[in-house]
Design a protein around this ligand. Structure first.
Ligand SMILES: [Fe+2]
Length: 329
């Protein structure tokens, strides 16, 4: 068997990121969002006021992983990352300022100071070290409802230049785990990158962007996803089922994609793998390989390649690369 050549292990970082942590969605009807995310999906409310609901999943000790903010239009206001120590925020600021990206300090509720910056394509990022801590609900099984979501896992973004985003986030310390390449042009069509040691904290998909393609929650058991399908198909959410259940070739994830009342796409998934070794070899996929999308061969629907959530304050642009994936008829 041919010996794999591992990439140079990257052990030094301009600043350290622990993991993807949270996302802030603008939503048009907080009651409808609450019904979807709390009563149906099973997330737990940690704070609620007139304009915002903050939620966490069952394993999480951080105050929230989801902020739902009352808004006139559906959008995304922040993609959040946790850093391990407050001093990393100063190093992060230096990293972005050196690249002429404007930074701002802020103090979001239930957090100590946070650093806000937009990446070169206008994606609003929020870095913080300390968020209020709450007792774990992991073994409070009486609280498990819906799909029994344990933790937030990653964000996947439509971006207009996957090679550019992969390179920029690589310079920030994200490691590549899998990627889709067009054999003809050598361009990346998609990439998956991590900091926490599984397949991804952030992923990039070629398309009009930047826009948020989806955010994802980790589920311990694929059967929870099947049971959740029975629940939502009989409680008024049939039209929310967009894709799945299935197993991705990429990441090996057992997945389901649902659409929330504002059109935001949420992935529910389990079963990826460990990538913590610094010399972990990225897996390359060809854009024409049907097992890439779904190991069992079913292609993704057209909405998958077209629909996404806009970032507040950033106008999406057409992609520089016009590669075409396999689309369901
Ligand atoms: Fe995903």
């Amino acid at each position: 068997m041919a010996k794999l050549m591992p990439p140079d292990p990257q052990v030094e970082f301009p600043f350290r990121i622990s993991r993807f942590s949270h996302v802030e969605y603008g939503v048009r009807d907080l009651n409808a969002s609450r019904k979807f995310y709390v009563d149906t999906m099973g997330l737990v409310v940690t704070h609620e006021d007139e304009g915002c609901i903050r939620l966490r999943a069952l394993e999480e000790r951080g105050h929230h992983c989801l902020r739902l903010v009352q808004a006139d239009r559906a959008d995304v206001r922040a993609i959040g990352f946790k850093v391990p120590d407050d001093s990393e925020l100063d190093r992060a600021r230096e990293f972005f300022e050196q690249r002429s990206l404007e930074t701002a300090w802020c103090e979001p509720a239930f957090m100590e100071r946070a650093l806000r910056v937009r990446d070169p394509w206008g994606v609003p990022l929020e870095f913080y070290a300390r968020m209020d801590r709450l007792p774990s609900l992991h073994q409070q099984y009486r609280l498990y409802r819906g799909v029994k979501p344990l933790r937030i896992d990653h964000a996947n973004l439509f971006v207009p230049d996957v090679d550019g985003s992969t390179s920029f986030y690589g310079s920030m310390g994200f490691r590549l785990t899998e990627y889709t390449e067009d054999a003809e042009t050598g361009r990346k069509w998609a990439s998956w990158m991590h900091r926490k040691g599984n397949v991804h904290d952030i992923a990039f998909t070629n398309g009009r962007g930047p826009r948020l393609h989806h955010s994802a929650f980790w589920i311990s058991n694929p059967l929870h996803i099947i049971e959740f399908l029975d629940l939502i198909s009989t409680t008024g959410y049939l039209a929310s089922i967009e894709r799945g259940p299935g197993r991705h070739g990429i990441s090996n994830a057992f997945f389901l994609y649902v659409i929330d009342p504002d059109g935001h796409r949420i992935e529910l998934y389990s079963s990826d793998y460990q990538t913590v070794d610094p010399e972990h070899e990225p897996i390359k996929w060809d854009i024409d390989d049907p097992a890439r999308q779904t190991l069992w061969g079913a292609p993704a629907p057209r909405s998958w390649f077209n629909e996404g959530s806009v970032f507040a304050g950033t106008e999406p642009v057409e992609p520089v690369y016009a590669g075409t994936p396999i689309v369901a008829p």
